[in-house]
Design a protein around this ligand. Structure first.
Ligand SMILES: *Cc1c(COP(=O)(O)O)cnc(C)c1O
Length: 396
Protein backbone atom coordinates (compact mmCIF):
# COMPACT_ATOMS: atom_id res chain seq x y z
CA UNK A 1 0.00 0.00 0.00
CA UNK A 2 2.49 2.70 0.97
CA UNK A 3 3.46 5.41 -1.47
CA UNK A 4 6.41 6.13 0.80
CA UNK A 5 8.21 3.28 -0.90
CA UNK A 6 8.46 5.25 -4.09
CA UNK A 7 9.67 8.81 -3.55
CA UNK A 8 11.65 10.23 -6.40
CA UNK A 9 12.40 13.14 -8.66
CA UNK A 10 8.73 13.96 -9.17
CA UNK A 11 8.18 14.58 -5.45
CA UNK A 12 11.51 16.43 -5.15
CA UNK A 13 10.65 18.80 -7.97
CA UNK A 14 7.27 19.72 -6.50
CA UNK A 15 8.73 20.30 -3.03
CA UNK A 16 11.57 22.36 -4.43
CA UNK A 17 9.09 24.67 -6.16
CA UNK A 18 7.78 25.51 -2.71
CA UNK A 19 11.19 25.82 -1.05
CA UNK A 20 12.41 28.07 -3.87
CA UNK A 21 9.64 30.61 -3.29
CA UNK A 22 9.62 30.11 0.47
CA UNK A 23 5.83 30.36 0.62
CA UNK A 24 4.90 27.37 2.74
CA UNK A 25 1.29 28.36 3.26
CA UNK A 26 -1.53 27.42 0.94
CA UNK A 27 -3.40 30.74 1.17
CA UNK A 28 -2.30 34.32 0.67
CA UNK A 29 1.14 35.81 -0.11
CA UNK A 30 0.02 36.12 -3.71
CA UNK A 31 2.84 38.38 -4.83
CA UNK A 32 5.61 36.21 -3.41
CA UNK A 33 4.44 32.94 -4.85
CA UNK A 34 4.25 31.19 -8.17
CA UNK A 35 2.70 27.94 -6.93
CA UNK A 36 -0.60 26.85 -5.49
CA UNK A 37 0.14 23.23 -4.65
CA UNK A 38 -2.84 22.64 -2.36
CA UNK A 39 -5.17 24.07 -4.97
CA UNK A 40 -3.49 22.01 -7.67
CA UNK A 41 -3.86 18.89 -5.55
CA UNK A 42 -7.55 19.67 -5.05
CA UNK A 43 -8.06 19.97 -8.79
CA UNK A 44 -6.23 16.70 -9.38
CA UNK A 45 -8.19 14.86 -6.69
CA UNK A 46 -11.53 16.21 -7.92
CA UNK A 47 -10.76 15.18 -11.48
CA UNK A 48 -9.40 11.73 -10.60
CA UNK A 49 -12.33 11.04 -8.25
CA UNK A 50 -14.89 12.35 -10.76
CA UNK A 51 -16.48 14.81 -8.36
CA UNK A 52 -17.19 18.52 -8.53
CA UNK A 53 -15.25 19.45 -5.41
CA UNK A 54 -12.24 18.34 -3.40
CA UNK A 55 -10.79 20.05 -0.39
CA UNK A 56 -7.46 18.97 1.06
CA UNK A 57 -6.76 19.16 4.78
CA UNK A 58 -4.08 18.29 7.32
CA UNK A 59 -5.03 14.63 7.85
CA UNK A 60 -7.60 11.94 7.21
CA UNK A 61 -8.87 12.45 10.73
CA UNK A 62 -9.37 16.13 9.93
CA UNK A 63 -11.20 15.11 6.75
CA UNK A 64 -13.63 12.96 8.77
CA UNK A 65 -14.14 15.74 11.31
CA UNK A 66 -14.82 18.29 8.60
CA UNK A 67 -17.17 15.89 6.83
CA UNK A 68 -19.20 15.56 10.03
CA UNK A 69 -19.19 19.32 10.62
CA UNK A 70 -20.17 20.18 7.05
CA UNK A 71 -23.07 17.72 7.15
CA UNK A 72 -24.25 19.28 10.44
CA UNK A 73 -23.77 16.32 12.72
CA UNK A 74 -24.72 17.93 16.01
CA UNK A 75 -24.20 17.32 19.70
CA UNK A 76 -25.86 14.06 20.73
CA UNK A 77 -26.54 12.88 17.18
CA UNK A 78 -25.74 9.24 16.60
CA UNK A 79 -23.32 8.18 13.90
CA UNK A 80 -23.11 4.51 12.96
CA UNK A 81 -19.66 3.08 12.31
CA UNK A 82 -18.13 -0.39 12.09
CA UNK A 83 -16.51 -2.39 14.91
CA UNK A 84 -13.53 -2.83 12.58
CA UNK A 85 -11.96 0.50 11.67
CA UNK A 86 -9.16 2.80 12.75
CA UNK A 87 -9.67 4.78 15.99
CA UNK A 88 -9.81 8.00 13.94
CA UNK A 89 -13.42 7.15 13.02
CA UNK A 90 -14.78 7.53 16.54
CA UNK A 91 -12.29 10.22 17.49
CA UNK A 92 -13.80 12.39 14.76
CA UNK A 93 -17.35 11.57 15.81
CA UNK A 94 -16.64 12.39 19.45
CA UNK A 95 -14.83 15.59 18.51
CA UNK A 96 -18.00 17.07 17.00
CA UNK A 97 -20.06 16.16 20.07
CA UNK A 98 -21.79 13.19 18.47
CA UNK A 99 -22.13 9.62 19.71
CA UNK A 100 -20.35 6.74 17.96
CA UNK A 101 -22.61 3.72 17.54
CA UNK A 102 -20.59 0.61 16.77
CA UNK A 103 -22.22 -1.92 14.46
CA UNK A 104 -21.15 -5.37 13.23
CA UNK A 105 -19.17 -5.98 10.07
CA UNK A 106 -19.73 -8.84 7.66
CA UNK A 107 -17.49 -10.79 5.29
CA UNK A 108 -16.87 -7.63 3.25
CA UNK A 109 -14.98 -6.47 6.39
CA UNK A 110 -17.30 -3.45 6.20
CA UNK A 111 -20.60 -2.52 7.84
CA UNK A 112 -23.39 -5.08 7.63
CA UNK A 113 -26.43 -3.22 6.29
CA UNK A 114 -28.96 -5.31 8.23
CA UNK A 115 -27.12 -4.63 11.47
CA UNK A 116 -27.02 -0.95 10.56
CA UNK A 117 -30.77 -0.87 10.07
CA UNK A 118 -31.33 -2.52 13.46
CA UNK A 119 -29.15 0.09 15.16
CA UNK A 120 -31.07 3.09 13.82
CA UNK A 121 -32.85 5.25 16.40
CA UNK A 122 -34.52 8.65 16.36
CA UNK A 123 -31.11 10.17 17.01
CA UNK A 124 -29.28 8.52 14.12
CA UNK A 125 -28.05 11.09 11.60
CA UNK A 126 -25.30 9.45 9.59
CA UNK A 127 -23.64 6.20 8.60
CA UNK A 128 -19.87 6.18 8.28
CA UNK A 129 -18.95 3.39 5.89
CA UNK A 130 -15.28 2.55 6.27
CA UNK A 131 -13.66 0.79 3.33
CA UNK A 132 -11.00 -1.17 5.15
CA UNK A 133 -7.92 -2.83 3.71
CA UNK A 134 -8.34 -1.95 0.07
CA UNK A 135 -11.97 -2.91 -0.52
CA UNK A 136 -15.43 -1.64 0.23
CA UNK A 137 -18.48 -2.20 2.34
CA UNK A 138 -21.61 -3.30 0.51
CA UNK A 139 -22.56 0.13 -0.73
CA UNK A 140 -25.68 -1.01 -2.58
CA UNK A 141 -27.41 -2.14 0.59
CA UNK A 142 -25.96 0.65 2.74
CA UNK A 143 -27.22 3.27 0.32
CA UNK A 144 -30.64 1.66 0.39
CA UNK A 145 -30.79 1.79 4.18
CA UNK A 146 -29.56 5.40 4.24
CA UNK A 147 -32.11 6.44 1.65
CA UNK A 148 -34.97 4.70 3.42
CA UNK A 149 -34.15 6.29 6.79
CA UNK A 150 -32.92 9.63 5.41
CA UNK A 151 -29.41 9.23 6.78
CA UNK A 152 -26.24 10.85 5.51
CA UNK A 153 -23.76 8.38 4.04
CA UNK A 154 -20.15 9.35 4.74
CA UNK A 155 -17.45 7.24 3.11
CA UNK A 156 -14.12 6.76 4.82
CA UNK A 157 -12.04 5.63 1.86
CA UNK A 158 -8.71 6.28 3.59
CA UNK A 159 -7.57 2.68 3.01
CA UNK A 160 -9.12 2.12 -0.39
CA UNK A 161 -8.28 5.14 -2.52
CA UNK A 162 -8.58 4.32 -6.20
CA UNK A 163 -10.98 1.42 -5.68
CA UNK A 164 -14.33 1.68 -7.48
CA UNK A 165 -17.95 0.69 -7.05
CA UNK A 166 -20.17 0.41 -10.11
CA UNK A 167 -17.39 2.20 -11.99
CA UNK A 168 -17.42 5.17 -9.63
CA UNK A 169 -14.43 5.99 -7.43
CA UNK A 170 -14.82 5.05 -3.77
CA UNK A 171 -15.49 8.20 -1.78
CA UNK A 172 -17.70 9.64 -4.51
CA UNK A 173 -20.71 7.46 -3.77
CA UNK A 174 -21.89 8.86 -0.44
CA UNK A 175 -22.77 12.47 0.32
CA UNK A 176 -19.15 13.13 1.19
CA UNK A 177 -16.00 11.00 1.02
CA UNK A 178 -12.75 11.14 2.97
CA UNK A 179 -9.16 10.21 2.14
CA UNK A 180 -5.96 10.13 4.16
CA UNK A 181 -2.52 10.86 2.76
CA UNK A 182 -0.66 9.91 5.92
CA UNK A 183 2.69 8.20 5.68
CA UNK A 184 1.41 4.63 5.32
CA UNK A 185 -1.45 5.17 2.89
CA UNK A 186 -1.42 4.28 -0.82
CA UNK A 187 -0.43 7.83 -1.73
CA UNK A 188 1.07 10.08 0.89
CA UNK A 189 1.85 13.73 1.65
CA UNK A 190 3.61 12.86 4.91
CA UNK A 191 0.46 14.10 6.62
CA UNK A 192 -2.66 15.09 4.75
CA UNK A 193 -6.19 14.22 3.79
CA UNK A 194 -9.08 15.25 1.58
CA UNK A 195 -12.82 15.42 1.42
CA UNK A 196 -14.65 15.02 -1.86
CA UNK A 197 -18.26 15.86 -2.67
CA UNK A 198 -20.57 16.93 -5.45
CA UNK A 199 -22.29 19.41 -3.16
CA UNK A 200 -21.13 22.99 -3.53
CA UNK A 201 -22.76 23.80 -0.23
CA UNK A 202 -20.78 21.13 1.66
CA UNK A 203 -17.58 22.16 -0.06
CA UNK A 204 -18.09 25.84 0.79
CA UNK A 205 -18.69 25.01 4.43
CA UNK A 206 -15.76 22.61 4.57
CA UNK A 207 -13.19 25.01 3.15
CA UNK A 208 -14.32 27.78 5.48
CA UNK A 209 -14.36 25.54 8.54
CA UNK A 210 -10.82 24.24 7.95
CA UNK A 211 -9.44 27.79 7.86
CA UNK A 212 -10.97 29.65 10.83
CA UNK A 213 -14.16 30.42 8.94
CA UNK A 214 -12.49 32.41 6.13
CA UNK A 215 -14.93 32.85 3.26
CA UNK A 216 -12.02 32.82 0.77
CA UNK A 217 -13.89 35.19 -1.51
CA UNK A 218 -11.35 37.96 -1.96
CA UNK A 219 -7.62 38.10 -2.60
CA UNK A 220 -6.79 39.93 0.63
CA UNK A 221 -6.76 37.28 3.31
CA UNK A 222 -7.01 39.80 6.14
CA UNK A 223 -10.16 41.27 4.61
CA UNK A 224 -11.93 37.92 4.31
CA UNK A 225 -15.26 37.73 6.15
CA UNK A 226 -15.90 34.96 8.64
CA UNK A 227 -19.51 33.86 8.22
CA UNK A 228 -18.97 30.90 10.57
CA UNK A 229 -16.68 29.91 13.41
CA UNK A 230 -14.05 27.56 12.16
CA UNK A 231 -10.87 25.80 13.09
CA UNK A 232 -7.46 25.13 11.58
CA UNK A 233 -7.18 21.94 9.60
CA UNK A 234 -5.07 23.47 6.82
CA UNK A 235 -2.51 21.46 4.90
CA UNK A 236 0.84 23.11 4.33
CA UNK A 237 2.03 23.87 0.83
CA UNK A 238 5.05 21.59 1.39
CA UNK A 239 2.87 18.59 2.20
CA UNK A 240 0.52 19.38 -0.66
CA UNK A 241 3.49 19.49 -3.04
CA UNK A 242 4.33 15.87 -2.22
CA UNK A 243 0.67 15.02 -2.80
CA UNK A 244 0.68 16.66 -6.23
CA UNK A 245 3.43 14.27 -7.28
CA UNK A 246 1.95 11.21 -5.60
CA UNK A 247 -1.57 11.57 -6.95
CA UNK A 248 -0.17 11.40 -10.48
CA UNK A 249 1.26 8.00 -9.58
CA UNK A 250 -1.89 6.57 -8.01
CA UNK A 251 -2.90 4.51 -11.01
CA UNK A 252 0.63 3.14 -11.45
CA UNK A 253 0.71 2.19 -7.77
CA UNK A 254 -2.63 0.41 -8.04
CA UNK A 255 -1.47 -1.48 -11.13
CA UNK A 256 1.58 -2.75 -9.24
CA UNK A 257 -0.52 -3.68 -6.22
CA UNK A 258 -2.94 -5.54 -8.45
CA UNK A 259 -0.14 -7.48 -10.14
CA UNK A 260 1.29 -8.54 -6.78
CA UNK A 261 -2.16 -9.33 -5.44
CA UNK A 262 -2.95 -11.62 -8.39
CA UNK A 263 0.26 -13.59 -7.94
CA UNK A 264 -0.58 -14.32 -4.31
CA UNK A 265 -4.22 -15.04 -5.14
CA UNK A 266 -3.25 -17.56 -7.83
CA UNK A 267 -1.28 -19.58 -5.29
CA UNK A 268 -3.61 -19.34 -2.30
CA UNK A 269 -6.88 -19.93 -4.12
CA UNK A 270 -6.05 -23.60 -4.51
CA UNK A 271 -5.84 -24.19 -0.78
CA UNK A 272 -9.21 -25.49 0.45
CA UNK A 273 -8.86 -23.88 3.91
CA UNK A 274 -8.51 -20.41 2.41
CA UNK A 275 -11.51 -18.27 1.55
CA UNK A 276 -11.39 -14.67 0.42
CA UNK A 277 -12.97 -11.56 1.76
CA UNK A 278 -16.17 -10.80 -0.16
CA UNK A 279 -15.97 -8.02 -2.70
CA UNK A 280 -19.50 -6.63 -3.12
CA UNK A 281 -21.04 -6.92 -6.58
CA UNK A 282 -19.86 -4.01 -8.71
CA UNK A 283 -16.79 -3.40 -6.57
CA UNK A 284 -13.14 -3.25 -7.61
CA UNK A 285 -10.46 -3.14 -4.92
CA UNK A 286 -7.38 -0.96 -4.86
CA UNK A 287 -5.41 -4.09 -3.93
CA UNK A 288 -3.55 -2.46 -1.05
CA UNK A 289 -4.03 -5.56 1.12
CA UNK A 290 -4.51 -9.24 0.50
CA UNK A 291 -7.25 -10.38 2.90
CA UNK A 292 -8.33 -13.93 3.56
CA UNK A 293 -10.13 -16.14 6.07
CA UNK A 294 -9.14 -19.47 7.61
CA UNK A 295 -11.64 -21.96 9.04
CA UNK A 296 -11.03 -21.37 12.76
CA UNK A 297 -9.72 -18.69 15.09
CA UNK A 298 -7.02 -21.03 16.42
CA UNK A 299 -5.76 -21.87 12.94
CA UNK A 300 -5.75 -18.20 11.98
CA UNK A 301 -3.68 -17.26 15.03
CA UNK A 302 -1.26 -20.12 14.37
CA UNK A 303 -0.78 -19.15 10.76
CA UNK A 304 -0.36 -15.47 11.51
CA UNK A 305 2.25 -16.21 14.15
CA UNK A 306 4.13 -18.50 11.80
CA UNK A 307 4.06 -15.83 9.08
CA UNK A 308 5.84 -13.45 11.45
CA UNK A 309 8.40 -16.02 12.61
CA UNK A 310 9.19 -17.19 9.11
CA UNK A 311 9.70 -13.78 7.59
CA UNK A 312 6.35 -13.15 5.87
CA UNK A 313 6.31 -9.57 7.09
CA UNK A 314 3.62 -6.87 7.16
CA UNK A 315 0.72 -9.19 7.94
CA UNK A 316 -2.05 -8.29 10.36
CA UNK A 317 -4.26 -10.26 12.70
CA UNK A 318 -6.70 -7.45 13.42
CA UNK A 319 -8.61 -9.39 16.06
CA UNK A 320 -5.78 -8.81 18.56
CA UNK A 321 -4.65 -5.46 17.17
CA UNK A 322 -4.59 -2.48 19.54
CA UNK A 323 -5.89 0.12 17.11
CA UNK A 324 -8.33 -1.35 14.63
CA UNK A 325 -10.79 -3.55 16.46
CA UNK A 326 -13.41 -2.88 19.16
CA UNK A 327 -11.92 -5.41 21.62
CA UNK A 328 -9.07 -3.03 22.48
CA UNK A 329 -11.09 0.18 22.61
CA UNK A 330 -11.53 0.49 26.38
CA UNK A 331 -10.68 4.18 26.13
CA UNK A 332 -13.74 4.63 23.94
CA UNK A 333 -15.94 2.36 26.04
CA UNK A 334 -15.07 4.41 29.17
CA UNK A 335 -14.96 7.75 27.32
CA UNK A 336 -11.49 8.39 28.70
CA UNK A 337 -10.46 11.76 27.34
CA UNK A 338 -8.29 14.58 28.63
CA UNK A 339 -11.39 16.49 29.64
CA UNK A 340 -15.08 15.83 30.04
CA UNK A 341 -17.46 14.95 27.26
CA UNK A 342 -20.99 16.30 27.08
CA UNK A 343 -23.85 14.74 28.99
CA UNK A 344 -25.40 13.84 25.65
CA UNK A 345 -22.32 11.76 24.91
CA UNK A 346 -22.13 10.08 28.35
CA UNK A 347 -25.83 9.32 28.29
CA UNK A 348 -25.91 8.35 24.64
CA UNK A 349 -22.95 6.01 24.52
CA UNK A 350 -24.13 2.40 24.75
CA UNK A 351 -22.56 0.15 27.36
CA UNK A 352 -20.31 -1.61 24.90
CA UNK A 353 -19.31 -4.22 27.46
CA UNK A 354 -22.83 -5.55 27.16
CA UNK A 355 -22.97 -5.37 23.36
CA UNK A 356 -23.02 -8.53 21.34
CA UNK A 357 -20.45 -8.24 18.58
CA UNK A 358 -20.14 -11.98 18.09
CA UNK A 359 -20.96 -11.61 14.39
CA UNK A 360 -17.94 -9.31 13.96
CA UNK A 361 -15.78 -11.49 16.19
CA UNK A 362 -16.62 -14.58 14.14
CA UNK A 363 -15.28 -12.87 11.04
CA UNK A 364 -12.38 -10.79 12.28
CA UNK A 365 -10.99 -13.63 14.43
CA UNK A 366 -10.52 -15.63 11.22
CA UNK A 367 -9.10 -12.80 9.10
CA UNK A 368 -5.50 -12.22 8.08
CA UNK A 369 -4.56 -9.15 6.05
CA UNK A 370 -1.26 -8.87 4.22
CA UNK A 371 0.02 -5.50 3.13
CA UNK A 372 0.85 -5.42 -0.57
CA UNK A 373 4.12 -3.60 -1.05
CA UNK A 374 5.07 -1.75 -4.19
CA UNK A 375 8.80 -2.32 -3.92
CA UNK A 376 8.71 -6.13 -4.08
CA UNK A 377 10.13 -7.75 -7.18
CA UNK A 378 7.95 -10.28 -8.95
CA UNK A 379 10.35 -12.98 -7.80
CA UNK A 380 9.92 -11.86 -4.18
CA UNK A 381 6.13 -11.93 -4.45
CA UNK A 382 6.24 -15.47 -5.86
CA UNK A 383 8.53 -16.69 -3.09
CA UNK A 384 6.34 -15.00 -0.55
CA UNK A 385 3.18 -16.61 -1.93
CA UNK A 386 4.82 -20.05 -1.83
CA UNK A 387 5.96 -19.51 1.73
CA UNK A 388 2.47 -18.42 2.75
CA UNK A 389 0.94 -21.45 1.06
CA UNK A 390 3.36 -23.82 2.78
CA UNK A 391 2.60 -22.35 6.21
CA UNK A 392 -1.15 -22.41 5.64
CA UNK A 393 -1.06 -26.03 4.44
CA UNK A 394 0.94 -27.02 7.52
CA UNK A 395 -0.93 -25.04 10.16
CA UNK A 396 -4.23 -23.89 8.65
C1 LIG B 1 -5.49 6.33 8.25
C2 LIG B 1 -6.92 6.29 8.49
C3 LIG B 1 -7.62 7.38 9.01
C4 LIG B 1 -6.95 8.62 9.53
O1 LIG B 1 -6.09 9.25 8.67
P1 LIG B 1 -4.89 10.16 9.23
O2 LIG B 1 -4.45 10.86 8.02
O3 LIG B 1 -3.84 9.23 9.78
O4 LIG B 1 -5.45 11.06 10.25
C5 LIG B 1 -8.99 7.30 9.11
N1 LIG B 1 -9.65 6.19 8.77
C6 LIG B 1 -9.00 5.10 8.30
C7 LIG B 1 -9.79 3.90 7.90
C8 LIG B 1 -7.62 5.10 8.17
O5 LIG B 1 -6.99 4.01 7.74
Amino acid sequence: MPGFEFFGDLERKEVNDVLDSGVLMRYGFDKARNHWKALELEQQVAERMEVKHAHVVSSGTAALTVALMATHINSGDEVILPTFTFVASFEAILSVGAVPILVDVDDTLGLNAEAVEKAITKKTKAVMAVHMCGSMADLTSLRKVCKKHKLILIEDACQAIGGTFNNKPLGSIGKIGCFSFDYVKTITCGEGGAIITNSKDLFTKAQAYTDHGHDHLGTDRGADKHPILGYNFRISELNAAVGVAQVKRLDDFIAIQKKHYRIIEEVLKNIPEVTFRRIPKGGVQNYSFFNFFLPTKAATKRVHEAFGKQGVDATFYWFDNNWHYHKKWDHLKHLKGLNYFSNAQYDGLPNYYKSDFSASDAIISKTISCLIKLSWTEEEVRERAQKMAKIIKELG
